[in-house]
Design a binder for this molecule. Structure first.
Ligand SMILES: [Zn+2]
Length: 121
């Protein structure tokens, strides 16, 4: 299941960040998941629950922010919304649509528990 390796990747990002900010607890993790990223959100949530157990993010709230899919239709020369990879253009029905947005998953934001002497950003 590739969600498990994604969850492990997220854990190492979160742990590195907490470590470099001298924080021992993560309060919130905001993930952006593109509609075209082929990530099963429920599976990922489950994997994160397993993977983050006993980590700095054990009690962190996991917020998943879906990013809509976008593609470039060569026929219309327009950016069009698409729900899935290889979907046709909603305007002209052409399959010559190149995915341009919503293809990635990333950690957008981490909220670390307040530590004293927190540096200014
Ligand atoms: Zn089109």
């Amino acid at each position: 299941m590739h969600e498990m390796s994604l969850a492990e990747g997220i854990r190492s990002i979160v742990e590195d960040s907490a470590h470099s900010h001298d924080s021992s607890r993560v309060e919130r993790v905001v993930l952006e998941i593109g509609a075209l990223a082929a990530v099963e959100v429920e599976a990922l949530r489950f994997c994160l629950e397993v993977v983050l157990r006993d980590s700095v993010a054990e009690s962190a709230e996991i917020v998943i922010d879906p990013v809509p899919g976008q593609g470039w239709c060569m026929q219309c020369a327009l950016t069009v919304p698409i729900a899935q990879l290889y979907d046709p253009c909603p305007h002209c029905g052409s399959y010559q649509v190149q995915a341009t947005g919503g293809t990635e998953m990333r950690v957008r934001e981490l909220m670390l528990a307040a530590t004293h002497d927190q540096p200014e950003h």
